[in-house]
Design a protein around this ligand. Sequence first.
Ligand code: XIL
Length: 344
Amino acid sequence: EQSLRSVAARHELAIGTAVDMAALRDAADPQYRALVASQVSTVTAENVMKWEALEPTRGVYNWGPADELIDFARRNKQQVRGHVLVWQNQLPTWLTQGVTDGTISDAQLRDILRAHITTVVRHFKGKIWQWDVVNEAASDPWDTPASIHLKGFWAQHLGSGFIADAFRWARAADPGALLFYNDYNIEAFGDRGPSDKTWYVYTMAKQLRAAGVPIDGVGSQGHLGTQYSDYDAFQVGEVLDAFSDLGLATAFTEVDVRSQMTEGVRAGDSNEINPRLQASAANYSVLLQACLANRHCLSYTVWGFTDLHSWVPGWFTDPPEGLATLYDESYRPKRAYNVVKADL
Ligand code: XIL
């Protein structure tokens, strides 16, 4: 039985997964480790490279878990996507609290961000293939239709310049890493998707390039749902082509396709005729085909590969959602796995 990574290699496409370090270490769950090692050629830390994990106490960096992943990747000849340098979520409390109570001024915050990026990128220098430098900076289309803006902690305190700054600081710290802007809901320009946000991110990338900011790629996360996602590969491919026409690389960085756990859909369901699982597989396939059709699409990474370790049930609870990954909770490959392999 061939692995996904071996069939993807024919296309010079890296196939990847987010890695849950607790699961990777769990001696009682050997299949998790075995499948990460054998099936993928690139890995992303699901949580252990986020700021709250790396620097839980101010000035005290905890590199252990991230270094362990880097070491695992080296032993298995896998490339590493670094995730993430600048994001408004999963920030350490000392940082957000310091800003709230006024002990950290905005000018100091900018220095702290520069120091963080420099320290982290230097620490992993030479070991990271692609860095997600800035993550999820654009607001959501349903918040303020047609008036997308930069959202969140960093834009609020540092203004829009934080994006260009972050890329410049990251480049200075490791000139060999590819630097990405990463976001969700940017799969399509068309009228069937949240096109305003896609245009916004496209325009932003174009302006960054024109200003000489060292951005190398745009990552499309690819968190889809069988209730709402209705793209075709051509439509998704147009977005990738638009980015690559700007001279940027592209990648799918966090693909998963969740379903509402309503009637007829049960956890652990791997029934090939379950319509939700067919729709999930079809959406995986649309993103993969678009990536395969774009010469600059470097990698296709899934955000967890088994329903046993997926962020979806813990995050999307009202209504409950799940069944988002390639393997079921017993590590049986689902239809999505077979379709992805067949596409490769
Ligand atoms: C998620 C992780 O999967 C969860 O374990 C964590 O509790 C929250 O973050 N977009 C991103 C990822 O860029 O970092 C998020 O990961 C999922 C959405």
